[in-house]
Design a protein around this ligand. Sequence first.
Ligand code: IPM
Ligand code: MG
Length: 357
Amino acid sequence: MSKTVLILPGDGIGPEIIAEAKKVLDAVNAKYNLGIEYTDGSLGGASIDQHGVPLSDDTLAKARAADAILLGAVGGPKWDKLDPAIRPEKGLLKIRSELELFANLRPAILYPQLAEASTLKPEVVAGLDILIVRELTGGIYFGQPRGIRTLENGERQGYNTYVYAEHEIERIGRNAFEMAMKRDKKLCSVDKANVLEATMLWREVMDRLAPEYPEVELSHMYVDNAAMQLVRAPKQFDVMVTGNMFGDILSDAAAMLTGSIGMLPSASLDKNGCGMYEPCHGSAPDIAGQGIANPLATILSVAMMLRYSLDMPEPANEIEAAVSKVLDQGLRTADIYTDGMQKVSTSEMGAAVVAAL
Ligand code: IPM
Ligand code: MG
């Protein structure tokens, strides 16, 4: 049975890294006769330029029809001055929300070959393997009311609402417990329950779920401490589960532990495992068009896509092994370059992964 993948290159370095990821997907598609077909759409600034909106109805319909979505990145200074309602990021948030992609998996794995590229001491990060499970369709990102209003005294005030309903906490909680079951069975739930009511409820619901997963050791941590522990002793963590905004912040921090945010893939899944796959890094407008971006996060996102949404674990493993192999060969894009290695461009890195398959 054929499977359809919607490709959304997006903005900035998005098209460059997607081109390399697509080469890799093409290669396994041919080798394993996977029958994967592609559709195209546009998202973010690219869509604003073409259609005047960051996510068109046409692309949204294609997204609903696809078995999986592969996304580059969105945003850039060109669109920063637009009305917030039609900024590129709105397209990304809308597609996450419309498709109910509530479970965002962000693995932070340190490839041993890159221990020197991390800004942390090698002994602190060697062997690091964390999974951050971020709630993606709720919390302060989507809470109402929100906006900028003018007070009686004429001063303007910005406001957002941090909300979580029990069912939203429960479904991401279950997802995280299940992920933990497949790993080292340690789950750390991150909140700010000493201050925010929404996260007091978060903690309560996590505790309520815990007896259903007796093998998993559940702990709780305040987000400020979690940020500190991530850079102090990151290997204490196995799976971390947290809300939308805390997950956004902690996953960037976790990414840096691995040497470069250019190495981190992600999956955003709905309740049936359909999903969107994207690198954790952004559109990096400062280096766009130069052919120096690291395509590995996107290539590793392809592996996650094959595993989680397309039920094709074998080619997924093979892509991950190929990435490890090119790192063994000493090939490095600029972001992960260290002395004595061979510096390569975006397309050279993509070609090397294809060759290693
Ligand atoms: C991410 C990004 C997005 C987010 C932006 C681009 C809206 O930072 O995926 O982490 O905040 O979720
Ligand atoms: Mg982010």
